[in-house]
Design a protein around this ligand. Structure first.
Ligand code: CA
Length: 234
């Protein structure tokens, strides 16, 4: 368990032990909490378990390759992903696949370069001018992927976190279910509007447990949802 540690977890999915250990050492020295797994087909479970702030994902892996891992991952999470490939030419192909990865690094690389890229991606992906809107009891740390209500942690799933983050980007704005689906899944052919409703329902229940009687997420009939901490209940 890593939740006693405040350092952001970086999940390294890499089957070359020398390389993963080297990366882990540098990440550790840079203030991160590295977690190493060697198989692609263990990545999703590791993401659930460790809730990483970022994933370094090798392309060629036993069990499931990095492309398949990234696709699977993007159905459930927007956690930043840096793909690691053995060949520069490969990057164009990967870009063409539109995997939703946040950056690409080619081997061989210097560990320093990797740390710089990790920091850059984290800065970019957590850059929403967040969180200090007045009267809002919710605080979100997008880098650590933690949410708090009145300084008490609220345990959200990846999808709930993304929904709340999306809605809070523009309080008062109505988001349609389709827009929310778009934000939480990159491939939502198999996901219905009902899925959004059920995630919202769970999210509301958690928010209501943390802050009874105060409705933060409002339904807009026939349209979708909006976040409005100060509004009177609908
Ligand atoms: Ca490999």
């Amino acid at each position: 368990m890593t939740d006693i540690d405040d350092r952001p977890v970086v999940l390294i999915v890499e089957d070359e032990p020398k390389l993963s250990r080297l990366l882990a050492d540098y990440l550790h020295a840079a203030g991160f909490f590295p977690v190493i797994i060697e198989r692609g087909d263990e990545a999703l479970e590791a993401v659930q378990e460790h809730e990483p702030a970022l994933i370094l994902l090798d392309l060629n892996l036993p069990g499931m390759d990095g492309i398949a891992v990234c696709r699977q991952l993007r159905k459930v999470s927007r956690v930043p992903v840096i793909m690691v490939t053995a060949r520069t030419e490969e990057v164009d192909r990967l870009l063409g696949l539109d995997l939703g990865a946040d950056d690409y690094i080619c081997k061989p690389f210097s560990p320093r370069e990797v740390i710089a890229r990790v920091r850059a991606v984290l800065r970019r992906t957590s850059a929403s001018p967040d969180d200090v809107s007045r009267g809002d009891p919710v605080r979100m740390d997008t880098e650590a992927r933690r949410a708090e209500i009145n300084s008490r942690p609220v345990n959200l799933t990846g999808v709930e976190f993304e929904l709340l983050r999306t809605l809070r980007e523009r309080p008062g704005r109505v988001y349609s279910r389709a827009e929310l689906l778009d934000r939480i899944y990159t491939d939502y052919r198999d996901v219905s509007d009902r899925a959004v409703d059920s995630h919202i329902k769970n999210l509301r229940r958690k928010l209501d447990t943390a802050l009874p009687g105060r409705e933060l997420i409002h339904s807009v009939y026939g349209v979708g949802y909006r976040y409005e901490p100060e509004a009177a209940g609908d």
